[in-house]
Design a protein around this ligand. Structure first.
Ligand SMILES: Nc1ncnc2c1ncn2[C@@H]1O[C@H](COP(=O)(O)OP(=O)(O)O)[C@@H](O)[C@H]1O
Ligand SMILES: CC(=O)N[C@@H](CCC(=O)OP(=O)(O)O)C(=O)O
Length: 303
């Protein structure tokens, strides 16, 4: 074999007839989700491998081309940490929220809107999509105020987390206009306040609220773990509101999983049909979740 011949992949071993059968099996799902809005949160931890990034971009474009409306909300926690480290700063978190002083806010805006968002836009466009990058400032989309984070042990006390934002409202009209026009919105989780100040908002919370406001059919939260795990490390394939309360209270759910599960539950309670926390490290995780009847990760139920 010459050096530039492509490596045979396991897919090459599948007979064309079987490949056609696999494609045909996607038809009921394509029909079911045609014209429907899918909000996909692409976590910073799930986007570290270039091959997986490529798969992600291809999946988004494929979903758009078969008539669905994918909307991407991206994170970038590890990428912000790396940029902070370059200026000798270490990120600190309270209940999964990054303590955001003014200098950190500058880095957050620059990394999320300038770097991560534009990388994703470029990848999607390179495989034939038409992605448009936005922050919550564009189209006056995400109004926010400073988050008051109550202490877990003493709720009368609050933590000062600086410019961490909580969402006041989302106006989705800019997103709707773009999706109606065949574009794929890629949204950075940055909001603006009454005095035009910037807020750093957890990306899971933006994705969840956006799914709610857009009355999305599905919310997929792609992360770097199989789903929600119990204390013994077993995957919990579905979770109700009551089970979530118990897992949070006994400390099984912590750190970055806290805002993720809180947002997921809010979205499920507000009528988003299917809310899933999925392992973004699995190649084509999104297609597996949307176009097959296999259950992956953790599904969140409102009751
Ligand atoms: N019960 C749990 N099950 C799974 N992951 C958990 C749990 N509790 C805490 N975590 C942590 O939450 C992380 C996912 O959140 P986060 O790092 O913010 O991901 P992302 O960048 O995708 O938003 C996991 O990698 C894990 O370390
Ligand atoms: C307030 C807050 O914590 N904001 C997040 C925003 C990015 C994010 O949510 O990224 P992941 O989805 O990769 O975790 C942060 O500064 O890290």
């Amino acid at each position: 074999m010459s050096n530039d011949a492509p490596e045979p992949s396991s897919l090459d071993a599948i007979q064309p007839r079987d490949k056609a059968e696999i494609l045909a099996q996607a038809l009921p799902y394509i029909r079911k989700f045609h014209g429907k809005t899918l909000v996909i949160k692409y976590g910073g931890n799930a986007m570290t491998d270039p091959a997986l990034q490529q798969d992600f971009a291809e999946d988004v474009v494929l979903l758009k081309l078969v008539g669905m409306n994918p909307i991407v909300v991206h994170g970038g926690g590890p990428q912000i940490d790396a940029a902070l480290a370059k200026i000798g700063k270490k990120g600190t978190f309270v209940q999964g929220m990054r303590v955001t002083d003014p200098e950190t806010m500058d880095v957050v805006e620059w990394v999320l809107a300038g770097e991560v968002q534009q990388d994703i836009v470029g990848l999607i466009n390179a495989v034939g999509g038409k992605a448009v990058g936005l922050t919550g400032r564009d189209g006056a989309m995400i109004r926010a105020r400073q988050m008051r984070l109550a202490d877990k042990d003493d709720p009368s006390k609050t933590h000062d987390v600086g410019q961490v934002g909580e969402i006041v409202s989302i106006d989705p009209s800019v997103v709707k206009a773009l999706q109606d026009d065949a574009f794929i919105p890629v949204i950075s989780p940055i909001g603006f306040g009454e005095k035009n100040e910037s807020y750093n908002i957890n990306a899971d919370l933006v994705a969840s609220k956006l799914a709610e406001v857009l009355k999305a059919e599905k919310l997929l939260l792609l992360t770097n773990i199989r789903g929600v795990l119990d204390k013994a490390g077993n995957l919990l394939t579905d979770l109700t509101s009551r089970q979530i309360d118990e897992l949070v209270a006994d400390g099984t759910i912590s750190g970055g999983m806290l805002p993720k599960i809180a947002g997921a539950l809010d979205a499920a309670k507000s009528g988003v049909n299917a809310v899933h926390i999925v392992d973004g490290r699995v190649p084509h995780a999104m297609l597996l979740e949307i176009l097959t009847d296999q259950a992956y990760g953790t599904m969140i139920r409102s009751h």
